[in-house]
Every structure is written in C-alpha cells, then in structure tokens.
Design a protein around this ligand. Sequence first.
Ligand SMILES: NC(=O)N[C@@H](CC(=O)O)C(=O)O
Ligand SMILES: [Zn+2]
Ligand SMILES: [Zn+2]
Length: 409
Amino acid sequence: MVYKGIVDSVDFTNVNRPALFRKFLSIVFLQSANNVLIVILGSYTYQPCTIIRSSQVNCKASLMELTLTRPDDWHLHLRDGGLLQAVVPHSANHFGRAIVMPNLRPPITTTAAALAYRESIMKSLPAERYFTPLMTLYLTDTTSPDEIRLAKKSGVVFAVKLYPAGATTNSQDGVTDLFGKCLPVLEEMVEQNLPLLVHGEVTDSNIDVFDREKVFISTVLQPLIKKLPSLKVVMEHITTKDAVRFVESCNNGNVAATVTPQHLLLNRNALFEGGLQPHNYCLPILKRETHRQAIVAAVTSGSKKIFLGTDSAPHEKSRKERPCGCAGIFNAPVALALYAKVFEEAGALDKLEAFTSFNGPDFYGLPRNTSKIKLTKSPWNVPESFSFSFGDIIPMFAGQTLEWQPSSI
Ligand SMILES: NC(=O)N[C@@H](CC(=O)O)C(=O)O
Ligand SMILES: [Zn+2]
Ligand SMILES: [Zn+2]
C-alpha cells in the first residue's frame, strides 16, 4: 500500500522510534505545506515500512503504534448497582464519552431519572478518569412532548431511545405503536434537535429472527423518515447489508448507524461453534457471513454516516449460561482492540480514527475530543472472566490473544 501526502513538518530525527507513528494518521491526511512524504507500507503492520522525505531521509521502521483522538462510544449499557461499578472503568479507560442506554429496570423514562442515573455513574468512576456519560431517555407509548423539552433543557440528555416492546433486554415497557402513539413526541424531538436512537427489529413472532432488522427498515424506518425527514435517526448496532443500503441511501445528513465489534468480526456460525455459545448471543442476532462482509466494507470505506457503538451489554455469567440466557455481549475491555483489528485486516487503518472519534461527534453536533489514546502493537491475553462480589462477567473473546493494546496518553 502506498500513501502520498504533504505535511507541515515532521520531526524525522525520531524516525526509528515509535514516536514517529504518533504522527502517522495526520501525516496521511495533511495536505498542506512544503515537505513531501511518501509512506510505503508492505503488509501495513508486519513488514517494516520505508519513510522517505524529500529524498533526504531514509529509514526503516515498523508500524507499532497509532495515536488517535480519544474515541467515544455511541451505544453503551452501563447498568446500575454493583454491575455499574464493575463495568464503568472498562469504558472510562478508553472512551471519552458514551451514549448511555436507558434500559434499566425500571427504565429511564424521565429527565429526572436520567439526572439521578448520571449521578450514580459519576460516583462509580475511578478517580481521575475523564469520562462523560451522555444520557438518553427510554421512549414509551406515554412519553410526553413536555418531557422532550425538559430533556433538551437539562443539557445532559442527548437522545431518545426507541425499543419496540419485546425486542430485546428490558424492552417490555417499550413502544407498541410508534406512529399511533409517539408522533407528537417525535415532532417535538425534531423541534428540539434530539436524535432518535433505534433498536431496529420488528417483534412479530411470524417474522424469522434473522429477518427482523430487514423488515423493520421497510415497515418502520422508511415510513418514519418519509414522514419526518428532519428527525435525526441513528440505527443502532446494524447487522445486515439491508441496513447498510438503507443508511447509505439516506442523503440528508439525518440518518446514521452504529456498528459493534461482534457484528464486524463474527457471523452466526459463532453461535454454534463446537456447541451452543451463549457468550456470542446478542440482539440483533449475528447474521450470515455475507452480511458481516457488507458491514465491514461499509465501515472501512470511510463512510461518515457510520460510527463506533460497542453495545457492550454485560450480564452476569449465570444469567448468560442458563436455559433461557440473556442477550448481550460484554465487549468494553476489548472493543477498541477489535475495531483496530477489523480496520487493519481490511487495509484501512487510515479510516479508523474517523470511525472511532470523528463521525459520532460530528453527527451529534458535539466537539471532537481533544485528548488522545495510543494503540500499541503488543499482543495481550483477554482475561477468561472478570470476578466481582456478585459474580463473574465473561468478556467477548475471553482467553484469546489480541494484537492491539490501547492505553491512555
Ligand atoms: N444487545 C443486546 O443483546 N442486549 C442489550 C440490549 C440491546 O442493545 O438490544 C442489553 O441491554 O442487554
Ligand atoms: Zn438493541
Ligand atoms: Zn444495546
């Protein structure tokens, strides 16, 4: 792979040290100024690469380190109580902000509840951790337009979440009839510029579980954006090529999508490999390989409409490993390493930073983070489990070795 760029200034005295690569992404993108830089990458990371600057400096180095603007997680379950305390450090380690899902029991349906929940998250944060929870409201059949005005005014609620009743974990209080019951609220959300975040699956038991996202697009999302083209909509955790096509077809800047590490790395075979695999069970359910490939292609193409949302959804081990196990994958400790793996394997590491750190805040109209995070090529083993007083949580890819290791700067 060959990159050419023009850069302001690069300190080539450090070329043999990883510090050079802190500048790697900006080197690729910067187009202004006087020095010509050519980066020739063999197989991108494993081969040494050659850096030539104005044909004066030649050096050999390996891509060992990337420095990125600190990412945000635009779809995260932090839970409450002991589970909250257990999992929040894993997100705060790597992410600057997170859109926090409201599907607690009882759900976060009011601004007052969102404020109280925000307080408990802040109290659970490790000392000296810079992390901002962006709160959401759980939409119900009875949410009022007044509540939407209050939410916006609070300054701490950044979106409203649609769970079709019965679609997923703690969705029993969700919406039964979006157009019949929620239109005035959706209109108020347009007024207040509050995005609607969508768990995009129909719940009709006649519809095959693998088709629920596709059918939701034609029966709910298409009519919704037709009726309210100014409503900002994020289709969360997309899993199908149909969703990719839908998002790519919406061109007014108001429709976007998040993608999880599991839907980028696993297909539905992972549910049954060598026996039933409850820790790979999440909703929307993993899909066919062709869908996975379509999502990888969309994400690594550099689309501005798709951004990072881990959907890290911890459940205690005994609630996953039982006859009727919960849906949800705990991926907060591994998510960033896994996204880097996906982009690296697609030869698209230069697109990683926009996906992790730019597209999300740009869509939400928020400033990009100013702090940085480092990803080092340094293999590490994912723990088999995390143990707490209330029980264990099994992370995604438990016991496996990952290449990229994130750390704060
Ligand atoms: N993704 C999941 O499988 N589960 C999530 C809910 C959700 O995001 O749908 C949870 O809260 O456990
Ligand atoms: Zn969901
Ligand atoms: Zn979720």
